[in-house]
Design a protein around this ligand. Sequence first.
Ligand SMILES: Cc1ncc(COP(=O)(O)O)c(C=O)c1O
Length: 390
Amino acid sequence: MGLELRFSQRLDWEQPPNRLARALAEKRAAGEPVLDLTESNPTRAGFLYETEAILGALARPGSMIYEPQPAGLRRAREAVSAYYAERGLAVGPDRILLTASTSEAYGYLFKLFADPGAVAAAAKPSYPLLDYLADLDGVRLRYYRLRYDGRWHVDFDSLKQALARGARLVLAVTPNNPTGSYLSPEETARMAALCEAHGAALAVDEVFWDYRLEETPAPEIEAGECPVLVLNGLSKILGLPQMKLAWITALGPGHERILSRLEWISDAYLSVATPVQQALGEWLGLRRRFQAQVKVRLRANLGGLEAAVAGTPCDVLRPEGGWYAVLRLPRIRSEEDWALSFLDDGVLVQPGYFFDFEKEAFAVLSLLTPPETFAEGVARIMARVARQAG
Ligand SMILES: Cc1ncc(COP(=O)(O)O)c(C=O)c1O
């Protein structure tokens, strides 16, 4: 008799691969080339990294000493504080706790605010990993909607409903993945007031904050009436997801108690490696050069996409920031059928349902894609749309 393993229900994720995944696997197995318009790994997107400086910063003598500190080494937290000072924000190092990733930071916040079975609220459409991260902590997500009328807005009625269902923690991503929309200061203030009224905390993931696509400055997250936990890290700021360093900044009422409890959680893991903490200050000093080349690419790809859709039945739901663009397709077929037909033409996109768009038909394209691949992929997409919808 085989061993009967009884797994936790947190991991009830088994699903047969969808049609798109199957078709992609077949194409790859047959050795057919695919133009990947979903590439979001910055280390594989052809950017120039200052490799010597990045690796050199790890070789500090302090990297050989283990000084376990749950919030992270002070010099690293001071470097994060200096990053905020350059953005014009006064965030002292005592407000900051380091984690190995933003994903880990979400896990800490679920553990801090939600008992198993408790509810947290997240936006739709938004970052699909949030569902899995919530499952891993036994937290149930309820959703509030973002709506588009030329720009994206928080649908406050749905947020109120999620809070009325007991959400202890409200998650927001600004600029959001994949819509590229920043929360406006009015939206943040209103969300904070609603959270305060329901005894909830607000977590704001601003990993894409530095990648503003418009000329006007990006709206900053301010301390609100409720506790506000701001998440950020090196995956996007420096395009270094492999270095595993992120942080939580605690703003607003209760921040001292929040940080001391976050330290209890962090003390159980102590997951941030010392060399990356030692290197952080020097690394953050390199960010402008890295970000400048990324922004050139994001803007060029977005400009090319907008030019390609002009005069077609498609349009681009204009992102204000971040690494993605949402393409609205004619509703003559499903998102999956569109994505499959693009794949027939050798182009991979993410259908909107991966992100839970309210309606059909959308495709999400990564603006990080190398420009030639992006331009050729978009040309094939538009040719297919013209054939199908013409
Ligand atoms: C909204 C959002 N948050 C965070 C991250 C990065 O997470 P991590 O810091 O865990 O690498 C991503 C990466 O795609 C993201 O899209």
